[in-house]
Design a protein around this ligand. Structure first.
Ligand code: HGY
Ligand code: MN
Ligand code: MN
Length: 419
């Protein structure tokens, strides 16, 4: 059975991982910071485009900076099989999140070239812009634009905390490409596959080699601006305070209480990842807090109830803490199921390779959930060490784990590209 070169795959992951590398003071590990559309992201993108060109692939950059690298098929006019993911990262990333899927796709191309296999359909290896959403506030930005969930002009106008826009930053790093963004119109995919680290503890704990991903859970992000009144910490009586910090803390604790209530199913997750007080000084009552809320739930009905209950709590906090709470929905996707037939092919390929596997829902969002709007789509998960920790420099999947996932993807790609 045709297999990839595991050492070469892992070498490519290590090499890309050196772009945007930094020494993390909290873990003393080398992390990766290739925040979307920063210079480091630009350098990472150029490195991967270089690999694509070395393989003789036809590289196209679209107007939101998505990059597509095409390998011709025998019947080249047929819709392609697309393999993709992302190369941008959160600021405290490991080397695998997103990169495994893109570099795994290029390793599949190298392996087909070496085996002199020309598939019936073209194969496209893609990476999408700003999958993480950390900098501009909404996730899967590039793939959402490519598949019509997000308008290009709306994406262009998004700004980071320094007020820099997606459009200007894309242009600055040289990836505001010429190609139309509409993937359906320009390159209607036959199928889409993504290999990704699980980013959680399940597969490793159950000693499973492969995760056959059934779909992605619902995601809801809010940005909160809580406005109180800055005041002297020593002279201001408690009764006269409008403390935005206490208001944020109450909302954060309410999230925990909601989870504990089990009113929203027993899988719900909630995170206040951003809590930025202003002016943020020891002797000043915070007059303003910028905060975010990240809700995840496999059930759309439970998610909606959780959102409604949380928002209905805000006026109570406003009254109790004499603050104003403004909130914006910055990301919202419903649960997305993946194609059952491709899931079966992934399971069969794992069997044929002697790999253990189980069905698993994705706790994290992925570009695949956007591509599922256009074509039959599925994902292959690989386990991670240290409880599958991710969005942390300790993120680590072994060469064997990575190669197993990409070998499964190779088998399914061969089937899809020859049907
Ligand atoms: O937040 C997520 O689920 C993904 O890492 N963008
Ligand atoms: Mn990812
Ligand atoms: Mn991520």
């Amino acid at each position: 059975m045709l297999k990839i070169d595991a050492a070469r795959l892992c070498e490519s992951i290590e090499t890309l991982g050196r772009i945007g590398a930094y020494l993390d003071e909290h873990t003393s590990l080398t992390g990766v910071n290739r925040l979307a559309l920063t210079d480091a992201d630009g350098e990472g993108r150029r490195h991967v485009v270089g690999l694509m060109r070395e393989l003789g692939l036809e590289v196209t950059v679209d107007r939101i900076g998505n990059v597509y690298a095409r390998r011709a098929g025998r019947e080249d006019a047929l819709p392609p099989v697309v393999i993709g993911s992302h190369v941008d990262s959160v600021p405290t990333a490991g080397r695998f999140d997103g990169c495994l899927g893109v570099l795994g796709g290029l390793e599949i191309v190298r392996t087909l070239d070496e085996a002199r296999i020309r598939t019936r359909r073209p194969i496209v290896v893609a990476f999408f812009t700003d999958e993480e959403g950390s900098r501009f506030g909404t996730d899967m930005l590039g793939s959402a634009v490519a598949t019509g969930r997000l308008a290009l002009e709306r994406a262009y106008a998004l700004r980071d905390r320094q007020g820099l826009s997606v459009r200007d930053e894309l242009e600055r790093i040289g990836f505001l490409g010429p190609a139309p963004v509409d993937a359906q119109q320009r390159m209607p995919p036959h199928a889409y596959l993504e290999c990704h680290i699980e980013q959680g503890p399940i597969l490793r704990a159950r000693e499973q080699d492969i995760g056959v991903v059934t779909g992605v859970q619902a995601i809801s992000w809010q940005a909160l601006t809580i406005t109180g009144k800055s005041a002297h910490a020593g002279t201001t009586p408690m009764s006269l305070r409008a403390d935005a910090g206490v208001a944020a803390a109450k909302i954060n604790l309410r999230l925990r209480e909601m989870i504990a209530s089990a009113r929203y199913g027993d899988e719900m997750r909630a995170t206040m990842g951003t809590i930025v007080p202003h002016p943020g000084m020891v002797n000043i009552v915070p007059g303003r807090v910028l905060a975010t809320v990240d809700l995840r739930n496999p059930s759309e009905e439970d998610m909606r109830r959780a959102e409604a209950d949380l928002i209905s709590y805000y006026p109570q906090v406003e009254r109790e803490e004499k603050v104003r709470i403004e909130w914006r929905q910055t990301a919202r996707t419903e649960p997305v199921p993946f194609d059952p037939k491709i899931q079966d092919r992934i399971a069969e390929a794992a069997e044929a390779l002697g790999l253990s596997h189980e069905r698993i829902i994705s706790g994290a969002g992925h570009d695949a959930q956007e591509l599922a709007r256009l074509c039959p789509t599925a994902m292959v998960f690989v386990p991670g060490e240290y409880d599958g920790i991710s969005h942390n420099p300790r993120e680590h999947s072994t060469p064997e784990q990575c190669a197993a996932g990409v070998n499964v993807m190779l088998q399914v790609v061969l089937q899809l590209a020859d049907e």
